[in-house]
Design a protein around this ligand. Structure first.
Ligand code: ATP
Length: 451
C-alpha cells in the first residue's frame, strides 16, 4: 500500500501507550458520566480523546487497541453518522450531544456480535465541521467549531457507553491524508493496533469489512430516494482492499443498489488521445498555456518544452504578474541575440484580458503567440491536485505543492473564456490528458483521492 505523506510526524496530546491490562467498561462509563456533568461539578480528568496533528481525533474505549487477538486480525470498520447512528431530531446535522439514535435497532446487537466473533470494531468518520485547533475567543467560526467538537464527543461517548465493549473511534477533521477516501485514518488504526499492513499475515483483508452510507448510490427521484452525497466510503474500502457494504446491505440485508463513483481515475488511463508533438516553430515566440489548476501544464512544459530550451514563466513561483512580465522581457530581449529565449507562460490564462497582456507583449517584440489548451475536465484536475499534494511521491510533486483551495478551481471555471485565434493567436493546440507516469506512479494515481 502506498504511504501517504504526513505533514508532520509529531503527535500532540497522545496518551502514554495503554497497558495490556483489560480495562473494564467502568472506565468508559466514568468518563461518560463526567462528560455530562455541569462544568462546575466536572472532575479533572485526562481526556479519552487524543489528537494527531490538530487534524485527527482518536478515542479508544475499553483499551480497544490493546486486546490480545489471534492473528490474522479482522477489522469491522464503520462510518458514524447515517450508518451507526442518525439524528433524533431528523436534522441533517445533530443539534447537540444527545441528538442521536441508532440508525436501526439492530445496530448495537450486530456490533456486539462482531466483537464477540473476534473483530476489532472501529469507527472511521469524516468530521469536516470540527476544528481541533485551539479556540480563539474572537472567532465565531472557531466557537461554532468548538461546539461541534463537544457535540461530536458527546455522541461518541454516549454510543461507546451503550455498546459497552472495546471500540476505537477515528474522526478526520481536515482535508488531508486522514480524510476518506484517503487511507490515513485506516493506516493510523493499523499502527495503533500494532498491525503491519506490509505483512499479509497480520491483517485478514478478506475477512475485514467497511460499512458506510457514502456509497455513490444513484437514488430514485420518483421513489423519493436521495442520491448519495459521495462515494467516499465505498472508495476507501476499495483503496484498502476490503469488502464494502452500505448500512442497508449490512444491517437490513437489502440487495446492493446501482452506484456511480464520484471520480473513477482508471477511466483516464485508457485514453487513446495522442499528445501533439511540439516543435520550436519559430526562432523566438511566446507559448501561452491555458488550463485549470492541476490540468498538467507544468508537467507538459517539463516534458516537451524545457528540452527545447524554452524559458518558463510561472506566477506561482514568481509571485506577481509584473515579475512574470519582467522575466518574459528579459528572456525575449536579452542584449546578446544568441542568449534570447522563447517563453512559455505557464499560468492558467483563463480569460481574454489576461491573455491580451502577453499577446500585446509579443506584438512589441514582433513575435508570434501559440496557445496550448489543456482540456482535462474539472474532477480530473482536482484529482491531479490532490495526488500531487498528498501522495509522498517526489516525481508527482516536484515543486512541493500543497493542496489548492476549492476556489482555485471554481474561479478558473468562472473566468474561463475559450481562446480564439482572433485574439491574435497564431495557433491553438489542444492537449488532452494522457497519463505518462511509470508503474509506481500509476498505482498511486489509480487510487481514489477525491470525494
Ligand atoms: N500527463 C501526465 N501523466 C501523469 N501525471 C500527470 C500528467 N500531467 C500532470 N500530471 C500530474 O498531475 C499533477 C498536476 O500536474 P501539474 O503540476 O503539471 O499541473 P498544472 O496544470 O501545472 O497545475 P497548477 O496550475 O496548479 O500549477 C502532478 O502531480 C503531475 O505529476
Amino acid at each position: 500500500m502506498a504511504t501517504l505523506k504526513r505533514s508532520s510526524t509529531t503527535d500532540r496530546d497522545i496518551s502514554p501507550p495503554p497497558t495490556k491490562r483489560k480495562v473494564t467498561t467502568a472506565t468508559t462509563s466514568k468518563v461518560v458520566a463526567n462528560f455530562f456533568k455541569p462544568a462546575s461539578q466536572k472532575e479533572p480528568e485526562k481526556s479519552i480523546f487524543t489528537t494527531v496533528n490538530d487534524s485527527l481525533l482518536v478515542a479508544h474505549f475499553g483499551n480497544a487497541n490493546t486486546i490480545d487477538r489471534t492473528r490474522p486480525f479482522k477489522i469491522a470498520a464503520f462510518d458514524f453518522d447515517s450508518t451507526l447512528i442518525k439524528t433524533k431530531s431528523g436534522n441533517k446535522f445533530a443539534r447537540g450531544a444527545d441528538d442521536w439514535t441508532w440508525w436501526h435497532a439492530s445496530v448495537p446487537g450486530r456490533l456486539k456480535q462482531l466483537h464477540e466473533d473476534g473483530y476489532a470494531v472501529m469507527v472511521l468518520s469524516n468530521q469536516g465541521g470540527i476544528s481541533l485547533k485551539a479556540p480563539d475567543a474572537k472567532s465565531k467560526t472557531i466557537k461554532s467549531d468548538t461546539k461541534s467538537l463537544e457535540n461530536f464527543k458527546g455522541r461518541v461517548l454516549a454510543v461507546a457507553n451503550v455498546l459497552d465493549f472495546p471500540i476505537s473511534v477515528y474522526a478526520a477533521t481536515q482535508k488531508d491524508m486522514f480524510r476518506k477516501p484517503r487511507t490515513g485514518m485506516w493506516e493510523r488504526a493499523l499502527r495503533d493496533y500494532g498491525i503491519s499492513d506490509d505483512n499479509a499475515l497480520d491483517l485478514d483483508h478478506a475477512g475485514s469489512i467497511f460499512v458506510g452510507d457514502a456509497a455513490g448510490r444513484e437514488g430514485n427521484k420518483a421513489a423519493g430516494i436521495a442520491k448519495d452525497f459521495s462515494s467516499s466510503d465505498r472508495d476507501l474500502a476499495a483503496n484498502i482492499g476490503i469488502t464494502f457494504h452500505t448500512p442497508e446491505e449490512f444491517f437490513l440485508g437489502e440487495a446492493p443498489l446501482p452506484y456511480t463513483r464520484t471520480f473513477q481515475p482508471t477511466d483516464h488511463l485508457t485514453s487513446t488521445a495522442f499528445t501533439p508533438s511540439i516543435t520550436a516553430a519559430h526562432p523566438l515566440e511566446i507559448i501561452l498555456f491555458c488550463g485549470s489548476p492541476g490540468s498538467g501544464k507544468s508537467t507538459f512544459y517539463q516534458t516537451h518544452l524545457a528540452p527545447l530550451g524554452y524559458t518558463r514563466v510561472n506566477q506561482d513561483l514568481l509571485k506577481t504578474r509584473d515579475r512574470c512580465i519582467r522575466a518574459c522581457r528579459d528572456a525575449l530581449g536579452h542584449p546578446d541575440p544568441a542568449q534570447r529565449r522563447s517563453v512559455v507562460v505557464d499560468n492558467t490564462n483563463a480569460d481574454v484580458a489576461t491573455r491580451a497582456v502577453w499577446i500585446d507583449l509579443a506584438r512589441t517584440h514582433k513575435i508570434p503567440v501559440r496557445l496550448v489548451l489543456f482540456t482535462a475536465p474539472p474532477k480530473l484536475c482536482e484529482h491531479n491536485d490532490t495526488v500531487r499534494a498528498l501522495a509522498s511521491d517526489k516525481i508527482l510533486n516536484p515543486e512541493d505543492r500543497t493542496l489548492l483551495p476549492k476556489i482555485a478551481f471554481t474561479s478558473f471555471a468562472a473566468r474561463y473564456q475559450p481562446p480564439q485565434l482572433s485574439e491574435g493567436l497564431e495557433e491553438i493546440i489542444p492537449v488532452d490528458f494522457v497519463f505518462t507516469g511509470d508503474a509506481t506512479q500509476r498505482g498511486i494515481w489509480s487510487r481514489y483521492w477525491i470525494s
